[in-house]
Design a protein around this ligand. Structure first.
Ligand code: SIN
Ligand code: FE2
Length: 215
């Protein structure tokens, strides 16, 4: 496993995971406070919930969204929806600090002018995991996916275009950003079960923001 912990505190480092896939270590760190404040404001209006998959499985990761549309799953399938099914209201707007971070991170990773219309917010409690999958419910595969890690350390799996391709493991820490697009846009990825711990700002959890352009 790649160890990013020996990076100099606060010094951003860019690591290429695959063609079109970059890990921007520490990129979000300088704005950790407004990011966390924004997450708290969003979950006040659209609380985290455990979605049910079409296969009737309760996801271990708790999710919510902000932006024009949000990613939802239920027994009928996966989709982007402008309405939060729990409240019947539109999702909270995407905060400027989110949109700006996504735009800057994508540009640094080689994807100019990224304007996401959805941000999926994932909460991992210890033991929660996300099985290997592709992000393919979007209509626009020209735009990258931008993923921001906050809180506890996670082991991120990043593979190829086939589920059976070998995956590499990366340790993602608070403030890290991963962006994948172009030849890596449909790469399989996932998150190993979260190890227990205590993060100084977020306690015993990991929060992940993934920015998508859905159309
Ligand atoms: C995702 O694939 O949607 C989330 C990835 C992560 O939590 O790092
Ligand atoms: Fe994903």
């Amino acid at each position: 496993m790649m160890d990013l912990f020996d990076a100099v505190e606060g010094e951003p480092r860019d690591i290429q995971l695959a063609p079109g896939a970059m890990l921007l270590a520490g990129f979000a760190r300088p704005i950790e406070t407004p990011l966390i404040e924004s997450v708290n404001a969003i979950i006040n209006r659209a609380p985290f919930r455990h979605l049910i998959t079409p296969g009737d499985h309760r996801m271990s990761v708790a999710m919510t969204n902000c932006g024009r549309v949000g990613w939802v799953s239920d027994r009928t399938g996966y989709r982007y929806d402008a309405i939060d099914p729990d409240s019947g209201n539109p999702w909270p707007q995407m905060p400027a600090v989110f949109a700006d971070l996504a735009l800057r991170a994508a540009a640094r990773a080689g994807f100019a002018d990224f304007r996401p219309d959805a941000c999926l917010i994932n909460r991992y409690d210890p033991g929660a995991k996300l099985s290997l999958h592709q992000d393919k419910d979007e209509l626009d595969f020209n735009a990258p996916i931008v993923s921001v890690s906050l809180g506890l350390v996670a082991t991120f799996l990043f593979g190829g275009l086939n589920r059976s391709d070998k995956t590499a493991r990366y340790r993602l820490v608070h403030g890290d950003v991963v962006a994948w697009g172009g030849p890596s846009r449909l790469a399989y990825h996932g998150v190993m079960p979260l190890a227990d711990g205590e993060h100084p700002l977020l306690g015993a959890q990991r929060i992940n923001l993934t920015f998508r352009k859905t159309r």
